[in-house]
Design a protein around this ligand. Sequence first.
Ligand SMILES: Cc1ncc(COP(=O)(O)O)c(C=O)c1O
Length: 287
Amino acid sequence: MSALPPAPHAGGVPLDVIRDDIRALHAYPVASAQGLVKLDLMENPYGLPAELARELGQRLGSLALNRYPPGDPAEFKRRLGEWAGLPAGSALLLGNGSDELIHLLVLACARPDAVILSPAPGFSMYRIIAAQDRCRYVDVALRPDYSLDLPAFLAAIDLHRPAVIFLAYPNNPTGNCFARSDIAAILDAAPGLVVLDEAYLPFAQQTWMDELPRRPNLLVLRTLSSWAWPARAWDTCAARRRSSTRSTRCGPPSTSMSSPSRRSISCSAMPRCSTPRPRRSAPTGAG
Ligand SMILES: Cc1ncc(COP(=O)(O)O)c(C=O)c1O
């Protein structure tokens, strides 16, 4: 990337302390949809039923919002895992929206020269987050019918040895599910993590969640956006337990929260590790 001109001081703030590559980024564009039903964003055009809104208000009002949520909301995760069909031996990682979980996973793998690999066209945040976390982003063009070009994808895996591969299932923006046999071949060939991003699960009606016990490098990402509640309380990422506990170490202590007072949480599922790992040391200060 070419060097930027010296950053101006804004109101006395020296902007040149901000990384050049971050200053060169553009904000994620969100087009105005005034007067439209935002089906592409999976927004529910109908508000909450009055009775549900009342009950929600009562429950929110009774929460201890003056307290930090528990570091490990075990009961919440248990019930969420039950609802999401989390297989035995897997664990959940919760986050503020899938975007945060994508960021945490990439950050956890962001060694110098780490590569993030994904098909193109694909969800634009994979590229943006890779840049923010200083990883190299590589994409492989889909075929004209939007299927994966498996030989090209496997060649890219061989060449770049990606730390993380993102496959949205169904893919955004093309809307199709890639062939399961192609995804299985990618899981077999990948030297690192493979994230099946099931943000649009309701359109797929099939999941990779059941494969978690057999696939140590698989992570499944889910978001409540896809249940038409984008202002929801949480989202999730699922994987075998070892991967989830390691990614958690990149997040703030309250990331795996249970409180619906935060804007959103994402969840990912991962395989369970037989040996308990030492816990991250408890935070000593507030914030
Ligand atoms: C494939 C995909 N994954 C993740 C997300 C982000 O979801 P969230 O709203 O939970 O951050 C989106 C949102 O557009 C998406 O299209």
